[in-house]
Write a protein that binds this ligand. Structure first.
Ligand code: HEC
Length: 362
């Protein structure tokens, strides 16, 4: 169910008298009667006085967020979804229309949680600020969670959180950030039920991830949302947010593999020729990039103690490489059956899935 911006404004208004609570004040649960709009349960933990930054930024974001009326006429990136008013998640913006739609939806800050380098040039061209907080598929640690929520403190909204495809890491990051925001703004507690107001709790965040289709295979993403350690996270120093985070060689090489795999899928769907909407794609060249990408991954893995010694790891990489080489050769040959190319691409894909199940996903 979509929560309207009005409901959130009502809630914000109800919570206005809340001043940052001192450390000794424990979180209380309102159990019975509603005691008037000034009653707002304090956030769970030691919040510094900067909770007012969160509140001000969020309130300002709401007033510049024309989403309900604008959405139907725009084409934002795939899986574009509202978490709460002024907070969205989805896939990496690719086309000019995606970027323009984000801008027209009022988005001011875009947060990438993917390993790939964010496209700063395109973001700047439509006046958006980029923040880069790469996370893995295996979960979100306290520092990353702190950085994610600090986005609301240190940048202007509305905000758009994205990964590559927009279904797993992006929504999980947005859910974690939103639940922490709810904590600092006092929406997480069993608050007095002002008519038309709303709360935001773990279940709301989980429902959102279910709705966008975040896979249960990524157990760490679900676990870290569920077990969010509010006290520990608020005790961390404020995060230093950056437009371009350092990413390890392996994650960088993998992020590139993901993109070339998507292009090869499009080529396969078009019958192993350039797709109509991407006439510049060369099937042979993409197969070569896949093979080289897997070689880069093998190279990068050698430097990582965790993987370098593992025989199954090396084997999966080899299987992927063998399939990628066959695909490359097949595309070089004059009259190879398309079914053969399909099978080779499936072989490449299988190596990704097999290895990730053991070494990446939880
Ligand atoms: C032999 C093991 C192995 C194979 C094969 C493999 N991967 Fe990975 N992949 C990993 C590991 C390990 C990570 C986590 C790396 C890290 O976070 O440092 C990863 C991370 C990723 C990521 C996340 C990058 C990011 O944004 O942080 C993507 C996307 C990815 N792989 C795609 C692919 C695709 C597509 C294929 C197949 C074409 C593939 N991988 C093949 C082991 C593998």
């Amino acid at each position: 169910m979509k929560t309207s911006a009005t409901a959130f404004l009502v809630l914000l208004a109800a919570c206005q008298p809340l001043t940052p609570k001192v450390d000794s004040q424990p979180a209380t649960q309102e159990t019975g009667s509603y005691r008037g709009p000034s009653v707002c349960v304090p956030p769970s933990s030691k919040l510094s006085s900067d909770s007012s930054d969160f509140r001000q930024h969020y309130q300002a974001a709401l007033s510049s967020n024309p989403v309900d009326s604008a959405l139907s006429s725009l084409s934002p990136p795939a899986h574009f979804t509202q978490v709460i008013p002024a907070v969205f998640s989805g896939a990496q913006p690719k086309t000019q229309t995606h970027w323009q739609s984000l801008e027209q939806l009022g988005v001011r800050t875009i947060v990438s949680v993917d390993g790939a380098r964010p496209n700063h040039e395109r973001a700047q061209a439509v006046g958006l600020r980029y923040i880069h907080i790469p996370i893995g598929y295996d979960g979100i640690d306290d520092e990353q969670a702190r950085a994610l929520v600090d986005v609301f403190r240190a940048s202007k909204g509305p905000w758009y959180f994205h990964c590559h495809h927009g279904k797993h890491r992006g929504p999980a990051a947005a859910a974690v950030a939103t639940l922490l925001l709810a904590d600092v703004l006092g929406w997480r507690a069993e608050a007095p039920r002002v008519v038309g107001s709303t709360r935001y709790q773990l279940k709301d965040a989980e429902d959102f991830m279910l709705r966008v289709g975040t896979s249960q295979d990524y157990a760490g993403l679900w676990r870290d949302l569920r077990d969010l350690d509010f006290d520990a996270i608020w005790q961390l120093p404020k995060a230093k947010l950056t437009a371009q985070a350092e990413v390890g060689d392996l994650a960088t090489a993998m992020a590139e593999l993901d993109r070339v795999y998507d292009r090869l899928k499009d080529i396969r769907k078009a019958g192993w020729v350039a797709p109509v909407n991407q006439p510049d794609l060369s099937p042979r060249q993409e197969a070569r990039i896949m093979r080289e990408g897997l070689e880069n991954c093998a190279e990068a893995a050698k430097d990582e103690a965790e993987y370098g010694e593992q025989t199954d790891y090396q084997e999966w990489l080899n299987q992927g490489l063998v399939a990628a080489r066959q695909l490359e050769k097949g595309l070089d040959a004059a009259d190879v059956a398309k079914e053969m190319l399909d099978a080779q691409l499936r072989g490449v894909r299988q190596s990704c899935l097999d290895c990730h199940a053991v070494y990446r996903n939880d």
